[in-house]
Design a protein around this ligand. Structure first.
Ligand code: NAI
Length: 343
């Protein structure tokens, strides 16, 4: 099957070429992001493989569907999230959408713990200081994680690992929120509560739910106003969960004691690129980068050898099954996936 891959980097080429030995697809590595203008590059490809910041609203899907004569029928996302796809339009246009439901939840969970510790202990600042010969500790005072209250929003694959590490590993009191509580976490003493109750008590809040219409700006001015003063916020899930402008106001007032983000709502034009010789056009991100208690990484939580290998293998496996007319199982994303399950 000929697969047109958008937004590819050299590391994508390496992992997909290595995994393709077992699948034998014809891979077309394209650097541009997928847009209505670039969709035409998929001409002749039976499948299109977008990444996390490619946007697939109805016009882009329509442009792809217009290539149907040449056989484009499958959108094989090489990521877990699918908030960037208009699933209703895809269904209407007869395009099947697949994703990588789970590749390495460990990659994201471990990175989350890394960001959390960086923020709590000021490791980002210490790193900069010591490289400048400054070994003073003033301003680096942290706190023990042991005994602190951490809120975990979304206890699916990633959130459950984070909650376990914090409760069983660090001795934190973990409060969780999910549409479906996980009895295995409850057995560890993790209590489920609603968001308001959690933010009122949490020293740290970490986000692991998907971005849906219901979760967009879950953390906004009103939510932050109810937060315990000085709460630290960690977001490795999706940028749209946090209203970044409200977070800036909360950081300025001290309501938020720190922010660590691997994702940012307007990241699509910024992340995954080297902009170090350019002026950052996004004033909100530029402001965030000025705070000493803000850590920003460029959507790298997934970026481990194991995760890249699993992403490539699952994505190509989805294409192989689709070409053989086999069901895609949990990898297939339908409109129904947008509807949250009932508790
Ligand atoms: P998952 O589907 O296993 O877990 C998500 C959980 O969130 C589920 O338990 C679900 O019931 C819950 N949920 C849904 N709506 C909710 C709501 N309104 N409030 C509270 N909980 C809600 O997904 P997984 O694998 O744990 O991934 C979580 C998120 O992490 C993904 O949606 C994706 O956006 C993000 N992610 C980020 C990566 C990165 O590199 N930064 C890489 C991979 C995923």
């Amino acid at each position: 099957m000929r697969i047109a891959m958008f937004s590819t980097k050299p590391y994508d080429r390496r992992s997909f070429e290595a995994a393709n030995g077992a699948h034998g697809h014809e891979l077309l590595f394209l650097e541009p992001r997928l847009t209505a203008e670039t969709a035409v590059l998929a001409q002749g490809a039976a499948a299109v493989c977008p990444f996390v910041n490619d946007e697939l609203p109805a016009p882009v899907l329509a442009a792809l569907a217009a290539l149907a004569a040449s056989g484009t029928r499958l959108i094989a996302l090489r990521c877990a999230g699918f908030n960037n796809v208009d699933l209703r339009a895809a269904a209407r246009l007869g395009l099947t959408v697949a994703r990588v439901p789970a590749y390495s939840p460990h990659a994201v969970a471990e990175f989350t713990i890394g960001l959390l510790l960086t923020l709590v202990r000021g490791i980002h600042r210490a790193h900069q200081r010591t490289r400048d010969g400054n070994f003073a500790l003033d301003g680096l005072l942290g706190f023990d994680l042991f005994g602190k209250t951490v809120g975990v929003i979304g206890t699916g694959r990633i959130g459950a690992l984070v909650a376990r590490a914090l409760a069983a590993g660090f001795g934190c009191r973990v409060l969780a929120q999910d549409l479906v509580p996980d009895p295995a976490l409850e057995a560890l003493g993790i209590a489920y509560a609603d968001l308001d109750a959690i933010v009122a008590q949490a020293d740290i809040l970490t986000l692991h739910c998907p971005l849906t219409p219901a979760t967009r700006h879950l953390l906004r001015a009103e939510t932050l106003a109810r937060a315990r003063r000085g709460m630290l916020l960690v977001n490795t899930s999706r940028g749209g969960l946090v209203d970044a402008e409200a977070a800036i106001e909360a950081l300025k007032s001290g309501r938020l004691g720190g922010l660590a983000i691997d994702v940012y709502e307007q990241e699509a034009d910024l992340f995954f690129e080297d902009l170090s010789n350019r002026i950052i056009p996004d004033d909100v991100l530029a402001r965030l980068l000025t705070f000493p208690n803000v850590v920003v990484t460029g959507h790298q939580a997934f970026f481990t050898r194991e995760a890249l290998a699993a992403i490539a293998d699952t994505t190509l496996g989805n294409a192989t099954r689709f070409a053989a007319g086999e069901p895609l199982g949990a990898a297939e994303v339908t409109e129904a996936a947008m509807v949250p399950p009932k508790p």
